[in-house]
Design a protein around this ligand. Structure first.
Ligand code: ADP
Ligand code: MG
Length: 729
């Protein structure tokens, strides 16, 4: 229910902090208590079942039905002991967010009663009644239904009274209908390709793991103020609202103390995260007022992504207890910073080596250079794709909007690594690579200083920055499923590493030594990938021109950015990495275009309604007040005196009229543009029409309304203003 502005403002400003219900226990005592983790497995599974399950988790060994039955029985026992009554397969459909369908643990016992039941069959596979999930036409025949299948590598967990089982979601014909399936495939592809490359340096490497550490930014807004803004409630962003006189100019929020209401929320949120085994670590204010960030300790990529998905729903739930709403939209407020979700990404071996860490030992450094160079080569070749993975109607307000990373993908390596690559490129092999009989291959120019972790050499404007022992992809938006970007990055790097092995082997079979082959291939890659390296200011206009000259993708229209998924070399890359085939890619793009259309369509409808039914009536009312004032002035005064006094109300009422006319006219035009776009059958073309002919009205209509906000009597203005929405006490 929407409430009136002043009511909402009053309630919000009188609100006291809701005390957090923090348990009086150390985190270590309850960490992971709602997760079917190894501790719970050991307690509730037989030794054989435990071993079979951990083999599946650690090494991907398949689980047979009998083991699944035992696991299900153990899980059920564990969950019942915690008061759980229902279970659900928890999956990540192509819309953002997660999906679940809850079933009770009960079955008929065959004697007229009920028993608690949960078999291996129900654990392993289910068919959600999910015809309404987007599938891009992959399930449009009744034979091609979708099913969810257990992902043993991510542990089951409890939310309220429900046991949630992480699952993949696929069509019966095998195509992925979610983010998790291709993410897992990409992690496997990268493991294989990277392990092979590691063998050049250390034959004992058996496995390479992908790590992800996300940083989740978000806004909080008081619940009543949120309810008084139909645009926030329906689209998660303010479609109108003039900038507050004070917003983030003073940086006082960033450096300030966390407000006590927010502190209490954060405490509860962290407790809930710990119970679910999400290792959250840092919390702080962000740049914009009411903006905050939460980051965990990094984890294996698939698990980290599940944890981020879970976090987003936990945040929303916990916020309600504290009379807040969480805004995960990338740009809820115009004129202040938007929210991203930086994805910190790295690779580690089972021998304990971070492949992006220059390392204390000299011999690690050539391996380090190899992985860095292949990564930037992959980012270079697939820069358009990487941008497409984070493109959305909502993130478009952030990317390229002069604050977050620009809508051009480039990499920043820092001066030290850049210098080393430059030196490598111009060196002779004797200087670049040394062979040590005992220690194998290493970089000829000795140690790379560990100073790399120094914060001063950081470029905050770079979308893909090397940050000491990992790469940080900063373009993903705050609402996105990290899987979208990670599965593409993993696949591209896997593909690139395969290419590297092939290139090295080709030279070796032509008679070159291993060292010579590696040297030549790296040198070539360093040269070729140069256009992607950019250490300057990514926000400048000069960079846009320069990037275009370098052949980097500069497309700014979201529907057209999605085309990158279907470029022949991208399809080839995904197919050869075994992650997604052409049919899946095409279907996923249909979903993307459709989601884009719907988002813009909803915003256009909401703005139309706000304009005609909330703003214009108020503007007309205020104009009547002015006209009445003019009439009264005429009654009371005469001649020049009257004219002088009436000049201002006249001018104002003329201006208001002009805005009213402009808004009405443009809302009409926007409706017409939507109707025209809706007649286009092809989804891609329709999305382009929405982008080109509907979305621009959202800005132009808003501009008139934001001007009106400055003219109309404050007492009459119906919606909470930015200054009221943005400063939690
Ligand atoms: P900043 O804001 O300076 O980038 P934060 O501490 O907020 O730093 O976030 C850093 C994130 O990077 C955390 O999630 C952290 O766990 C993650 N991280 C640190 N080292 C690695 C690594 N080797 N691989 C992946 N993620 C990492
Ligand atoms: Mg960061």
């Amino acid at each position: 229910m929407s409430i009136s502005r002043f009511n909402a403002v009053e309630k919000a400003s009188n609100r006291k902090a809701t005390e957090a219900c923090t348990p009086k226990r150390n985190v270590s005592e309850y960490y992971g208590e709602n997760v079917f983790n190894r501790k719970a497995m050991r307690k509730f599974l037989s030794k054989e079942t435990y071993e079979a399950l951990t083999a599946a988790i650690d090494r991907g060994v398949p689980i047979d039905r009998e083991v699944a039955n035992h696991v299900a029985a153990g899980m059920r026992m564990w969950a019942l002991g915690k008061g759980v009554t229902h279970y659900t397969h928890w999956f990540q459909p192509l819309t953002d967010g997660t999906a679940e369908k809850h079933d009770a643990f009960v079955e008929h016992d065959g004697h007229g009663g009920m028993i608690e039941e949960f078999s291996g069959k129900l654990l392993v596979q289910q068919e959600p009644d999910a015809s309404s999930f987007p599938n891009g036409g992959l399930r449009n025949t009744f034979e091609a239904r979708g099913y969810s299948a257990w992902d043993p590598s991510s542990p089951a967990f409890i939310v309220d009274d429900t046991l949630c089982i992480p699952t993949v979601f696929i069509a019966y014909t095998g195509e992925a209908l979610d983010y998790k399936t291709p993410l897992i495939r990409s992690i496997e592809a990268l493991d294989k390709a990277a392990t092979d490359v590691c063998h050049y340096f250390d034959p004992s490497t058996r496995r390479v793991t992908t790590y992800l550490g996300w940083e989740q930014e978000y806004f909080l807004v008081d619940e009543d103020l949120y309810s008084a803004r139909p645009d926030l409630s329906l689209t998660e962003r303010t479609l109108l609202g003039h900038e507050s006189a004070k917003n983030q100019q003073l940086d006082d929020h960033y450096f300030g103390a966390i407000p006590s209401r927010v502190q209490e929320f954060m405490k509860d949120l962290e407790v809930e995260c710990y119970k679910l085994g999400i290792p959250v670590k840092t919390r702080h204010n962000e740049v914009a007022p009411n903006q905050f960030e939460l980051a965990p300790i990094y984890e294996e990529c698939n698990l980290a992504n599940d944890h981020n998905q879970l976090l987003m729903s936990v945040m929303k739930r916990v916020a309600r207890h504290h009379n807040f709403r969480v805004l995960l939209h990338e740009k809820p407020f115009k004129g202040v910073n938007g929210s991203g979700k930086h994805c910190n990404w790295s690779l580690g071996t089972d021998t304990g080596v971070n492949l992006f860490s220059p390392g204390k030992d000299r011999e690690d450094n050539l391996r380090f250079i190899t992985f860095v160079v292949n990564t930037i080569m992959a980012v270079y070749r697939f820069n358009a794709l990487l941008k497409a993975t984070v493109a959305s109607a909502t993130n478009a307000h952030r990317l390229g909007a002069n604050e977050a990373p620009p809508a051009i993908i480039s990499t920043f390596l820092g001066t030290q690594i850049s210098d080393i690559l430059d030196k490598f490129e111009t060196s002779a092999i004797e200087d670049a690579i040394e062979v040590d009989d005992k220690k194998g291959l290493h970089l000829g120019f000795g140690q790379i200083p560990e100073l790399l972790l120094d914060n001063t050499d950081r470029n905050r404007t770079s979308p893909f920055a090397f940050t000491g022992n990992r790469f940080e992809f900063r373009a993903p938006g705050s609402s996105v499923n990290c899987g979208s970007a990670m599965l593409a990055l993993n696949s591209a790097v896997a593909y690139q590493l395969r290419q590297f092995t092939n290139d090295v082997e080709r030279l070796r079979s032509a008679g070159k030594s291993k060292e010579q082959a590696i040297f030549e291939v790296l040198k070539d890659y360093i040269k070729r990938s140069k256009p992607i390296r950019f250490d300057g200011n990514g926000y400048s206009d000069a960079w846009k021109e320069e990037a275009l000259r370098r052949g980097l993708d500069c497309e700014s229209s979201v529907p057209l950015q999605y085309d990158a998924y279907l470029q022949p070399e991208v399809v080839e890359m995904f197919e050869s990495a075994g992650v997604l085939n052409r049919k899946e890619l095409a279907a996923r793009n249909e979903v993307k275009w459709e989601v884009y259309i719907k988002k813009v369509q909803i915003e256009a409808r909401v703005l139309g309604d706000l304009s005609l039914n909330h703003i214009i009536p108020v503007a007309v009312r205020y104009q009547s007040v002015l006209l009445e004032n003019i009439t009264k002035l005429k009654e009371a005064f005469e001649g020049d005196e009257y004219r002088e006094m009436a000049a201002e109300p006249r001018r104002l009422s003329r201006q208001i009229s002009a805005h009213i006319c402009a808004v009405t006219k443009q809302v009409d035009e926007m409706v017409e543009a939507r109707k025209r776009a809706n007649r286009i059958a092809d989804l891609r073309e329709r999305a382009i029409a929405y982008h080109d002919t509907v979305a621009p009205y959202l800005d132009t209509i808003r501009a008139h309304i934001d001007d009106l906000e400055l003219m109309v009597d404050n007492q009459m203005w119906p919606l909470p203003k930015y200054r009221e929405l943005l400063f939690i006490r």
